[in-house]
Write a protein of this length. Structure first.
Length: 92
């Protein structure tokens, strides 16, 4: 029983470390975005996207930010494209 608990804890720590490393890569990437791009990244990541639905979540959150005048509409698409690369890095 003890060996099983140790193995389970080891796996838990390994998965947590890999998740932190991934989000660190995404955050480092996002630091280079424009303020609007950073808003898109932050809002999208707060919605907890998965690799399967990240594009849909990105579009929904970007549209919401633009329609509520939180980001500039004219550059929303370009900023979303830039933020998408960071989101992908965070989810890998």
């Amino acid at each position: 029983m003890f060996k099983f608990a140790v193995a389970a804890m080891s796996l838990s720590i390994a998965f947590t470390a890999s998740a932190l490393a991934d989000s660190a890569a995404g955050n480092a990437c996002a630091a280079n975005l424009t303020p609007d791009g950073q808003s898109i990244y932050t809002t999208t990541m707060a919605a907890k996207p998965t690799t399967q639905n990240q594009r849909d979540v990105l579009e929904k959150e970007t549209r919401s930010l633009a329609m509520n005048n939180k980001i500039a509409r004219g550059s929303a698409r370009d900023n979303a494209i830039a933020a998408e690369a960071c989101i992908k890095a965070a989810l890998q």
